[in-house]
Design a binder for this molecule. Structure first.
Ligand code: ATP
Length: 235
């Protein structure tokens, strides 16, 4: 069984068709990328996967369950790091980890998560005093503290400097080794090329192209995913 099945998903906001018949499946352990220009429907798609929005048409299944009906059950098995996630400025790293762990029936050991993601030395530091890279690392740790089978990461490295981005890439590599299934929304083509097993390129709410980064590059006669992307979006 696929871990995520999105079938003919449609979502409209009033007159605006944000997602228009999108279908894809993500098998267990895959890192699946959603890329595309601003307003292409990436966030709306992941919000439907998380049960934060209900589809107007089509269906979504995550671990065999309908997220718009089984959001509570899925919240125990699916971690999310969403665009512009934030915590109260005064909340300390250790407090945030302990609090988030308490949301889950069977969480990971949050102290181990702190160690694994290189956050232990920041345990007593307030969220408001963390650097951008440290915040992202914490948010990723919080997405994983429930020991999820699936994680959704929306714009994981936006706002990070190149060193922090590369560090985050290494963390995603580790995540992959642990067998977690991930959906990664990114504006960075080098990131999608490096991290994703397969990528769907969305444009105007539809899938314009889908495949492994190598497939998409060779189909476009390009030398990088960025070049393939530019060819596709300018078409
Ligand atoms: N709550 C909302 N109400 C009305 N329109 C919305 C809402 N959320 C998104 N939209 C519109 O739906 C379309 C798809 O938006 P979405 O955020 O899913 O795209 P995206 O690909 O994630 O964009 P970005 O890369 O800028 O985050 C856009 O035209 C957006 O303006």
């Amino acid at each position: 069984m696929a871990t995520i099945e999105v079938n003919a998903l449609t979502k409209t906001y009033g007159e605006m068709v944000a997602v228009d018949g999108v279908s894809f499946t993500v098998p267990p352990g895959e890192i699946f990328g959603l890329i595309g220009p601003n307003g292409a429907g990436k966030t709306t798609t992941v919000e439907c996967i998380l049960g934060l929005r209900s589809p107007d048409g089509g269906s979504v299944r995550v671990l065999g369950l309908d997220p718009s009906r089984k959001r509570r059950a899925l919240a125990q098995r699916v971690g999310a790091q969403l665009q512009e996630s934030a915590l109260p400025d005064r909340m300390k790293v250790g407090e945030a980890m302990r609090l988030f762990a308490a949301f889950y029936a069977r969480p990971a050991d949050w102290r181990q998560v702190l160690r694994r993601w290189g956050l232990e030395h920041l345990r007593g530091k307030a969220f408001g005093d963390l650097s951008g890279g440290q915040r992202q690392r914490l948010l990723l740790g919080l997405a994983l503290v429930g020991d999820p089978e699936v994680v959704v990461l929306d714009e994981l490295t936006t706002g990070l400097d190149p060193v922090a981005r590369r560090e985050t890439w290494a963390l995603i590599g580790e995540l992959k080794e642990s067998g977690v299934t991930a959906v990664l929304v990114s504006h960075f083509m080098d990131e999608a090329e490096h991290l994703c097993d397969r990528v769907a390129m969305l444009r105007g709410g539809r899938i314009a192209a889908m495949g492994t980064p190598a497939d998409l590059i060779s189909r476009a006669g390009a030398t990088s995913l960025e070049e393939a992307y530019l060819t596709e979006v300018e078409r």
